[in-house]
Design a protein around this ligand. Structure first.
Ligand code: DGT
Ligand code: CA
Ligand code: CA
Ligand code: ZN
Length: 598
């Protein structure tokens, strides 16, 4: 069976550790030790992880001492290395990303971090553009220009695809393959797409077919295929437009459970599950579960029976991160995750009054067709000139129209606005204008490069406004295109809790903002989350599934999400003064729990 952690993974780990130590200015001796280990491991012709698992003494390998050997053992056993995580925490979060830019060695990265305060590739690009980078010691104009070129080239061939694009590609290829394969019975996504990761390395598909031999060649023959990488009985790998690799495997209906489980991963989840199975005298692979004593392999048609054989309930793919999900499963403590059917409203969307594509009534009719109980129309405020933001007069006119439409759709229509948080934290409408609105989203749309303290204070000030209902797409990131702003997420979420402000999970697939880990922290703190599409088009109203995936990855149930509550409860929360909302939300969560237990 293949080993979980490759030599390449270990080489990368130690090279990164060496680079991080160098940036920190640690001793040359220590840095060299990691580099030497990386070099040695890079040359091995056999799997170090397998040797570690088999209990071989790694210290026999020249260049690997006690400290390195222990780290390899730790990495193989747990999937991470505490010393590495600690180093990564001590340095700005994107230092490794800076190191990956050709021309940026540890010394240059250190100078860029220390002297220019650069913390991301986007900031590096900015410094290269405005001439600051060229002024670093040993840099100069020429090298700075080269670095800029490398950044642009890297962006062009960024190897991970944002979730939304991967999902669209998957849907298109699925349709084409069904057309091309009369014998195809089912085609199931596995891997990171099935776990709804933010970005996807490659697409993994598992086919069941009445005519298995036709499937691989049919994939390779699709018009969207640019290149065929592997074509074999067990697996076909191709690259399709727009440059996404697809790994197709053929499964057997009576053994699909094991195959789906294996290729869904995550790798860390599988490693832990395998340990768990081993302790029961069972071993796992992609074909089934083998009883070690008898060498008999059992097959499973679905994942429920597969996990069931291990004495576990089925674990939702979004939870399979190799963190706490196995313990929770074993203890019967898996969360009751929110589903898209739980949502009863969408509270962030734009019409053609600002930068949306559709007139008010078309937008509202499309929302009503989703079957929702409530919605908020939230065009931009005046400050966002590029988006044709509304002046107070236009807003008043829009409110009048919306009030007139109120009874026509059997749905509560809230008059809202997505109001800019200005650079100093002031709202883009005065309080008397905000006071006309039912629902106020506060969002950052400019001055995104403010330092952490300034940005945090800016958003905190918005939350302290008694009219602000929710912070929209807090980090402002665009996956693969724009880095998140810098803020102290813990301080923000604590303030959200204290001020009675909700936090958005923006479901636009290019945003996914809050991201999963931040949403999980919001849940822990009792901050209400709201899943919204931020639609500028009627077609985007169905993007809620992406936001639900973020919430599921954050272990959220419907009780944690404000727009999963019936209109009466949601409006009760909204009408309460902000100072009372935290207690009110706690009561709603407790009530929902009691309700679902009953
Ligand atoms: P990606 O493609 O980088 O977004 O992430 P994944 O999780 O889709 O990774 P991928 O495509 O390399 O493999 C799909 C799943 O197959 C992975 O999550 C776990 C499983 N898998 C693949 N290779 C191995 C292996 O060598 N050992 C183990 N334990 N599992 C593997
Ligand atoms: Ca994959
Ligand atoms: Ca793959
Ligand atoms: Zn916005």
């Amino acid at each position: 069976m293949t080993t979980p952690i490759s030599n390449d993974d270990i080489v990368t780990l130690f090279n990164n550790m060496a680079a991080m130590l160098e940036i920190k200015g640690d001793t040359v001796f220590k840095i060299r030790a990691y580099q030497r280990a990386a070099n040695t491991i890079d040359q091995l012709s056999w799997s170090l992880a397998t040797a570690a698992v088999n209990g071989e003494d790694l210290k026999k390998i020249p260049g690997i001492g006690k400290a390195i050997s222990e780290k390899v053992q730790e990495y193989v056993a747990t999937g991470h290395v505490v010393a590495y995580d600690r180093l990564a925490e001590e340095l700005p979060p994107n230092v490794l990303e800076l190191l990956e830019v050709p021309g940026m060695g540890p010394k240059t990265v250190k100078a860029a971090v220390d002297e220019l305060g650069i913390g991301s590739v986007a900031e590096l690009e900015q410094a290269a553009l405005d001439g600051r980078l060229a002024q670093l010691p040993r840099m100069g104009k020429r090298s700075a220009e080269n670095i800029l070129r490398h950044i642009h080239a890297q962006r062009m061939r960024s190897d991970r695809t944002p979730l939304g694009i991967a999902a669209e590609t998957c849907a298109a290829v699925t349709e084409q393959l069904f057309d091309a394969c009369p014998g195809l019975v089912s085609l199931t996504p596995a891997g990171s797409l099935r776990r709804w990761e933010e970005t996807i390395g490659d697409l993994d598909l598992i086919a069941i077919s009445e005519n298995p031999a036709e499937t691989g060649p049919a994939l390779a023959g699709l018009a969207s295929v640019r290149e065929t990488l592997v074509q074999g009985d067990a697996k076909t790998s191709v690259v399709v437009d727009p440059g996404i690799q697809i790994d197709l495997r053929i499964g057997e209906p009576d053994a699909l459970g094991a195959m789906l489980q294996y290729f869904t991963g995550s790798q860390q989840h599988n490693i832990r599950l395998r340990d768990y199975a081993n302790r029961q005298g069972l071993s796992l692979n992609e074909y089934g579960i083998t009883v070690v004593d008898t060498a008999v392999t059992e097959k499973f048609p679905d994942e429920e029976s597969f996990y069931g054989r291990l004495g576990l309930p089925w674990i939702a793919p979004e939870l399979r991160r190799g963190a706490d999900e196995l313990d929770a499963a074993r203890n019967g403590e898996l969360p009751n995750l929110i589903t898209v059917d739980d949502l009863r409203g969408d509270l962030h969307m734009h019409s053609d009054w600002s930068d949306g594509k559709f007139p008010l009534e078309e937008m509202i009719a499309a929302v009503a067709a989703m079957g929702y109980e409530y919605m908020a129309l939230t065009d931009h405020s005046q400050g966002l000139g590029v988006a044709n933001g509304l002046t107070p007069d236009r807003l008043a006119a829009q409110i009048e129209i919306l009030r007139g439409l109120q009874d026509r759709y059997g749905m509560v229509i809230l008059c809202g606005s997505e109001v800019d948080i200005r650079a100093d934290g002031a709202m883009d409408f005065p309080d008397d204008v905000l006071g006309m609105l039912d629902w106020v989203i506060a969002s950052v749309h400019n001055a995104m490069s403010q330092d952490r303290e300034t940005m945090t204070n800016r958003i905190v000030r918005a939350m302290e406004n008694p009219h602000v209902s929710m912070i929209g797409h807090a980090s402002t990131r665009l996956l693969g295109r724009r880095d998140p702003v810098d803020f102290d997420i813990e301080a923000l979420l604590q303030t959200a809790r204290a001020t009675g402000t909700a936090m958005e999970i923006n479901a636009a697939p290019e945003r996914l903002d809050l991201k999963d880990t931040h949403a999980a922290r919001a849940r822990e703190l009792g901050v209400p989350l709201v899943i919204n599409t931020d639609s500028h088009h009627t077609d985007s109203l169905s993007n809620q599934r992406y936001g639900v995936a973020v919430a599921r990855r954050a272990w959220c149930g419907p009780q944690h999400v404000l727009n999963a509550y019936p209109a009466s409860e949601f409006l009760g929360w909204l009408r309460a003064p902000k100072a009372e909302r935290a207690a009110r939300f706690d009561a709603m969560v407790a009530g929902a729990r009691a309700g679902s237990a009953a």
